[in-house]
Design a protein around this ligand. Structure first.
Ligand SMILES: Nc1ncnc2c1ncn2[C@@H]1O[C@H](COP(=O)(O)OP(=O)(O)OP(=O)(O)O)[C@@H](O)[C@H]1O
Length: 263
């Protein structure tokens, strides 16, 4: 968890709501998650020099020992929220919410904590603006993107005949490989790193290859362009009519968001 100064206060909760008697270890883990900042989940088992083997033991210790900012002990906070009636209400409202997600069977579905952030649902969300512009809703960005679409079509007026020798080698290798793929031949994956000093013609050949691959796919009846172009910076991405890597992989990289804050 990245601690930010002046971040707006948020109410945190966690789904699924574990039952303290049925899943005591998960229950304890979640309680610790909600009340302690951490970078690694295992850090929640550590209090000063004391390290516990389980979340349950750490949670028991925390209930006895922790005093938080508002001068209320964790024990009091847990006791307030631990009444089974409250738990039932919370569970029902969260389950109602969870049922709105696709393919979600809340009766049998137990979330795997190791897969947090790795679910299709998470991947499809555009996290780019989360927390950066809290007053704007997701729809705003969708509308902006529709109103001002970036042109990421590969265009090239170059021809293979005009390429330099090394550019042509690369062109022939990639186009030949894709031809085999389209012919259904059993081809192994082609991994290439194209490197070179500034101005040596990398973008030039990438655009010609991309445009040629797009045309080949279209002729083969494939609607979706077979090439994605991405670069670390906006300027570099613009140069190859591509997207930034963080946009493509939906990484919330930005002001104050160092990548190492995301686990
Ligand atoms: N075979 C070629 N025939 C004609 N012009 C070329 C050829 N290869 C490169 N160029 C031209 O040379 C210039 C530099 O090429 P390009 O931008 O592709 O280099 P780059 O290696 O991508 O550079 P950078 O690393 O700075 O992005 C461009 O104007 C490009 O059109």
């Amino acid at each position: 968890m990245h601690e930010r100064l002046r971040a707006p206060e948020r109410v945190l909760n966690y789904f699924p709501v574990y039952k303290s008697d049925e899943q005591p270890e998960d229950y304890a883990r979640v309680k610790l998650i909600l009340h302690h900042p951490f970078r690694e989940i295992s850090a929640l088992k550590q209090f000063g020099d004391t390290r516990f083997d389980s979340f349950q033991e750490a949670y028991e210790y925390c209930r006895q020992a922790c005093v938080h900012e508002a001068m209320r002990t964790i024990k009091q906070m847990f006791e307030e929220s631990d009444t089974s009636e409250d738990d039932e209400d919370v569970a029902q409202s969260w389950e109602a919410l969870a049922r709105q997600l696709p393919n979600r069977d809340v009766a049998t579905h137990i979330e795997d904590p190791d897969r947090l952030g790795d679910r299709q649902f998470d991947r499809e969300k555009d996290w780019m603006h989360v927390g950066r512009y809290p007053d704007l809703n997701d729809e705003f960005w969708e509308v902006m993107k529709t109103d001002f679409p970036a042109d990421i079509t590969a265009r090239s007026s170059a021809s293979p005949e005009g390429l330099e020798r090394k550019q042509r080698q690369l062109f022939d290798l990639i186009i030949g490989h894709y031809r085999s793929v389209l012919a259904g031949e059993n081809t192994s994956q082609l991994l290439i790193n194209l490197d070179g000093r500034a101005g040596t013609g990398k973008s030039h050949v990438i655009m010609l290859i991309s445009a040629t691959l797009d045309r080949m796919a279209q002729s083969a009846g494939i609607d979706k362009p077979p090439v994605v172009r991405a670069a670390p910076t906006g300027v570099a991405a613009y140069g190859i009519s591509g997207r930034t890597l963080h946009s493509m992989f939906r990484l919330p990289v930005g002001r104050g968001n160092a990548v190492d804050n995301f686990h």
